[in-house]
Design a protein around this ligand. Structure first.
Ligand SMILES: Nc1ncnc2c1ncn2[C@@H]1O[C@H](COP(=O)(O)OP(=O)(O)O)[C@@H](O)[C@H]1O
Ligand SMILES: [Mg+2]
Length: 264
């Protein structure tokens, strides 16, 4: 059984007299333990696609099957339960600004009915996992972007998800911080066996940690498969390569080994 199966998925946004075909006939399978990258330019449909995986966005047609369950067949309660297995992190972290770090992590646990004491213990454990034990009482505005994303990762892990969705999670970060966050994601993938679906417009991110990749262009998948098998459209990503050369240097410094040079 695949962990995630997307079958013939299409999504259109209709607004008065305009219609945008954001996704057209997408087919993807993600297996347990994958770090699956979806890469594409801005407007390609990446966010729409990742939001379909937890049904925050409902497909116009097609199916999303997660852990063997077709999300379109679930009622509201079942969908809520299923979503507990799927966590998400974002480009701009989405932390609660008026709560300190530890409370940001505790908050979703308490909402789920976990007892305060237990939630606190778990939150501290996760905070240590992401290397921020000393920031428990800080507020998001007192943290760097990389630290905020670490808090968001700790919060995402609090409910013991099986799947972590990352929507441009490193796009607001500098190359060095990007590398350290990617290292953390890879650790989490290995240590907890969490399947990661990561969307990005940066080829360097895909090459640093993904084992599989899909290329999305104007709502259509133009390539998909194991990283080493996929023919990445070099010309279209030319400008990204320039940026990547810089980032690759940072990755090497951070000890990420699986960086390959991007030559056709
Ligand atoms: N809620 C929405 N209403 C109307 N159009 C939308 C909506 N969300 C996304 N779109 C459109 O769908 C296309 C894909 O958007 P998006 O998935 O955000 O792309 P990406 O994340 O790759 O930049 C874009 O043309 C965008 O304008
Ligand atoms: Mg997006």
């Amino acid at each position: 059984m695949h962990e995630i199966e997307i079958k013939n998925l299409s999504k259109s946004f209709v607004d008065k007299d305009t219609k945008v075909d954001a996704l057209r006939d997408i087919n993807i399978t993600v297996d347990k333990g994958d770090i699956f990258g979806i890469i594409g330019m801005s407007g390609a449909g990446k966010s729409t696609l990742i939001r379909c995986i937890n049904y925050l966005e409902k497909p116009t047609s097609g199916q999303v099957i997660v852990e063997g369950k077709e999300l379109g067949q679930l009622n509201e309660k079942e969908l809520r339960e299923q979503r507990q297995d799927i966590a998400m992190i974002f480009q701009h972290f989405n932390l609660l600004q008026q709560k300190n770090v530890i409370d940001n992590i505790i908050f979703p646990l308490v909402l789920q009915g976990v007892k305060k004491k237990e939630a606190r213990e778990k939150a501290f454990e996760l905070l240590s996992k992401v290397g921020l034990e000393d920031k428990a009482k800080s507020y998001p505005s007192q943290l760097s972007g990389g630290q905020q994303q670490r808090v968001a990762i700790a919060r995402a892990l609090a409910a013991d998800p099986k799947i972590l969705l990352c929507d441009e999670a490193t796009s607001a970060l500098d190359p060095q911080t990007t590398a350290s966050i990617l290292t953390l994601l890879k650790e989490i993938n290995k240590e907890y066996g969490i399947t990661i679906v990561l969307i990005t417009h940066q080829m360097s991110v895909v090459k640093a940690i993904c084992n599989k990749v899909a290329v999305l262009e104007e709502g259509q998948l133009i390539e998909s498969g194991r990283l080493e098998d996929v023919n990445l459209p070099e010309d279209k990503f030319f400008w990204l390569n320039k940026e990547n050369e810089l980032k690759n240097k940072e990755f090497e410094k951070a000890g990420i080994k699986e960086v390959r040079n991007y030559v056709g």
